[in-house]
Ligand binder design. Structure first.
Ligand code: AMP
Ligand code: GLY
Length: 424
């Protein structure tokens, strides 16, 4: 079969790599892809939001299945557009992708269906938000309702910071319309875990857990980023946590979406915080995580095509989802200055060191070919150096060793990815 993947990040590289393992697949295309994805797929020059061009490509090339990796096209309704043309596509429709697309929606859903999450209020006027902040408890969390490249969440230690935050999000519109509505939420403390799942509208199957490192600098300092590295499984995702989430969060979310007439098919990513009062949902995403996909998919035993098809056909309960009893660590190599300002266009050297190295993966994120055909940096997060190991410690040692195999001029990485492993 022929498969089209939509996206261009490290996540889509991992998805393409995993699809390429399937004996059912003859050809993979990726739109728009990147220089690394080009090793496993044919990259086509169509952007993820160009739905009409993507549909035309899928029809003209007899694509059997399209897999959408990114949030923007999902929230924008790409799945509805493909389905209307009779094309097979993996991902939630627009009315279900709202689970990620609107924080006000997801908070209201959790409240209505008693799914554990932080207490919150929603505001559509800056004035009302500021009045509320006068008597609120600090620290407090401000969230832009809509998509904001993972940067629309502000943790405010003081009233002054929060007032400035409302100004930024609602009045100055730093993230555009995403800040027309904001959620103001109770600050929670605890360890964060990412749990990805496959959903077929009715049933849900949980993938192995992962733990992300969102802050830019060592010691969880600096600004929030898309993710600077992570590991799977999380030793803090215990049987007890699993049992709690199965009882109160996972199926409850799928059932709630169905009850609202918003049947969800695709991947639900549960951003969980393990608080003193038990696990609570920090956020939902309607797609694989990046870089969660990079550490979870190399450990997945199943043919991913079977799982995608089962989600679309509503037969997920017939899949026996299995993961290797090993561990995986991904260290992101970023451009120095990310997530604020950074230079791009530097040549990447050493990628060939990953060829034929079993258990080591170099997932490309912001990379491209320059005019001379050389692979150069083309984004904030550039590469995800990923390695397997029998244990988390071994996987971490392998991943950090491999970060030395590849380089570019303004290479930056965190040195403490997986430090929590030592505390487990
Ligand atoms: P989100 O995009 O909602 O996951 O938020 C981004 C990050 O902000 C999360 O990964 C947490 O580290 C942090 N965060 C979000 N909500 C809260 C909260 N209620 N309390 C504490 N930290 C939070
Ligand atoms: N790594 C977090 C995310 O993909 O949203």
């Amino acid at each position: 079969m022929k498969v089209l993947v939509v996206g261009s990040g490290g996540r889509e590289h991992a998805i393409c790599w995993k699809i390429a393992q399937s004996p059912k697949v003859d050809k993979i295309y990726c739109a728009p892809g990147n220089a690394g994805i080009a090793e496993v797929a044919e990259c086509i020059d169509i952007k993820a939001m160009e739905f009409d061009k993507l549909v035309a490509f899928a029809k003209n090339n007899a694509i059997d299945l399209t897999v959408v990796g990114m949030d923007d096209p999902l929230v924008g309704g790409i799945v509805d557009v493909f389905e209307a043309e009779g094309l097979r596509v993996f991902g939630p429709r627009k009315n279900a992708a709202i689970l990620e697309g609107s924080k006000a929606f997801s908070k209201d859903l959790m409240k209505k269906y008693n799914i554990p999450t932080a207490a919150y209020e929603t505001f559509t006027s800056a004035e009302d938000a500021k009045t509320y902040l006068e008597t609120a408890k600090y620290p407090i969390v401000l969230k832009a309702d809509g998509l904001a490249l993972g940067k629309g969440v502000l943790i405010c230690m003081t009233k002054e910071e929060a007032m400035d935050g409302v100004q930024e999000l609602m009045t100055d519109k730093k993230f555009g319309a995403a800040g027309n509505t904001i959620v103001i939420e109770e600050f929670m403390t605890g360890r964060e875990i990412s749990v990805l799942s496959f959903v077929d509208g009715n049933s849900i199957q949980i993938m192995s857990s992962a733990q992300d490192h969102k802050r830019a600098l060592d010691g969880d300092q600096g600004l929030n980023t898309g993710g600077m590295g992570n590991f799977s499984p999380s030793p803090f995702y215990t049987d007890e946590v699993d049992a709690f989430c199965k009882k109160y969060i996972y199926q409850a979310t799928v059932d709630a979406m169905k009850a609202e007439g918003r049947e969800f098919k695709g991947v639900i990513f549960f951003g969980l915080m393990l608080t003193e009062d038990g696990p609570k949902v920090l956020e939902y995403n309607a797609r694989f995580g990046d870089p969660e996909a990079q550490v979870v998919l190399p450990r997945m035993k199943n043919d991913i095509i079977d799982v995608f098809e089962a989600c679309i056909d509503g037969t997920l309960d017939q899949i026996d989802l299995q993961f290797e009893d090993n561990a995986c660590v991904c260290v992101v190599l970023a451009s120095d200055g990310y997530p604020v300002e950074y230079e791009k266009g530097f040549e990447i050297y050493g990628a060939e060191n990953f060829k034929n190295k079993e258990g080591y993966y170099l997932f490309h994120a912001g990379t491209k070919f320059n005019e001379e055909g050389k692979v150069v940096t083309n984004g904030g997060r550039v590469l995800g150096v990923t390695a397997l190991g029998k244990t988390l410690k071994e996987a971490r040692a392998n991943a950090y060793e491999a970060t030395e195999w590849v380089g570019f001029e303004n290479k930056y990485m965190r040195h403490d990815i997986g430090k929590a492993i030592d505390e487990a």
